[in-house]
Design a binder for this molecule. Structure first.
Ligand code: UFG
Length: 330
């Protein structure tokens, strides 16, 4: 099948493109390249440079590419930045997604897989978190994604638009052949920052908050490997196009969490030297713990993560960063 991958030049998008091609699909990427990289895409992939805030460009792209389905990744993704610039987050993530869905309804009513996030749960109270847990985002980022889920529900009812929502937990790692990996303009993710610190690009790591109600006082997250997440997209879009029920949401995580301190310990072990570590204040918008209950995606879509060992996950990220110390510009 022919997939349009919106935001396909980004971190998760580019790994998904690779897995889609491996599964025998054809791919067109639509990306504004604000944070994505042309170099992250194989030569056989057509790239349309367009912005979600440009509805005529979206309609033209859908009409020219004629995809059978769309996977929508494009978004701003930083929890802390969203607390400082909520307007940008609502504009990009909500208005941009709305424009895309409207363009799909207006041109080719094809199935959509949408990138949502564990941040929609906020301080869920449950651990592990099932899909029907209360939604109480603690950040504008989380709210923006939850709003898009609502828009999809309404478009599903009103226009019969088939869709699946994937709620990612903390995505990390890189393709094991280390040809593509994480390279955001602003570095905020824990593992990426720690590995850049190991490369000497930063002096030390801060543990953001040590007084959370967690076993060691630092935040707990469920770290899922980007290749496993990419496979989840292949499974989800194939199922949806194959006639599986629409309007489903799935958590994508491993089902167990690691604290910030445990992740930094794993990084120390993989890189072979302890990083300088300092305890810092809490980061606004961070919930104490986010751990998936991935039972639904495992049962219904046969999601079977291959990277379950934190050290192995960190190792794939380390191989990418040490061979590309300045990302795609290296
Ligand atoms: N952290 C530190 N020190 C750092 C960087 C991060 O202690 O230098 C902490 C954060 O405060 C947080 C944890 O490490 O407690 C994880 O932070 P990340 O920035 O790596 O990831 P987030 O949990 O904030 O967010 C990520 C994605 C979101 C997604 C969320 C789902 O960026 O898009 O996971 O859990 F919604």
């Amino acid at each position: 099948m022919h997939l349009m991958v919106v935001g396909g030049a980004g971190y998760i998008g580019s790994h998904t493109v690779r897995q889609l091609l491996g599964a025998g699909h054809r791919v067109t990427v639509l990306d504004n390249l604000s944070s994505g990289h042309r170099e992250a895409l194989p030569g056989e992939v057509a790239l349309i440079v367009a912005d979600l805030l440009d509805p005529p460009a979206l309609r033209a792209a859908l009409q020219s590419a004629q995809p059978d389905a769309v996977i929508h990744f494009a978004a701003l993704i930083e929890v802390s930045e969203s607390m400082r610039s909520p307007g940008r987050y609502y504009q990009n993530n909500v208005t941009g997604s709305l424009n895309l869905f409207q363009a799909i309804v207006d041109t080719r009513k094809v199935p959509i897989v949408f990138s949502s996030t564990a941040a929609v749960y906020g301080e869920a109270g449950a651990a592990p978190i099932p899909e029907d847990a209360a939604k109480a985002p603690t950040s504008s980022y989380g709210h923006s994604k939850l709003m898009v889920e609502q828009i999809l529900r309404d478009f599903g009812v009103a226009h019969g638009l088939p869709y699946t929502v994937l709620r990612y937990f903390n995505v990390c790692g890189a393709a094991p052949d280390h040809t593509i990996g994480e390279d955001h303009p602003n570095k905020t993710h824990l593992i990426e920052l720690a590995l850049l610190t190991a490369l000497g690009q930063r002096q030390k790591m801060f543990v953001n908050g040590t007084d959370y109600p967690t076993p060691d006082g630092s935040c707990v997250r469920d770290y899922v490997h980007v290749m496993d997440l990419a496979d989840a997209h292949v499974l989800a879009i194939q199922a949806l196009v194959g006639g599986a029920a629409s309007a489903q949401a799935y958590n994508v995580g491993l089902g167990h969490g690691f604290s910030v301190r445990q992740v930094l310990d794993a990084v120390d072990e993989v890189v072979g030297t302890p990083l300088t570590r300092e305890e810092g204040p809490r980061r606004p918008g961070d919930p104490p713990s986010l751990v998936a209950d991935p039972g639904k995606i495992m049962a219904e879509l046969k999601f079977a993560p291959r990277f379950t060992d934190l050290g192995e996950i960190v190792k794939t990220a380390w191989d990418w960063h040490r061979t590309h110390p300045h990302g795609f510009e290296s």
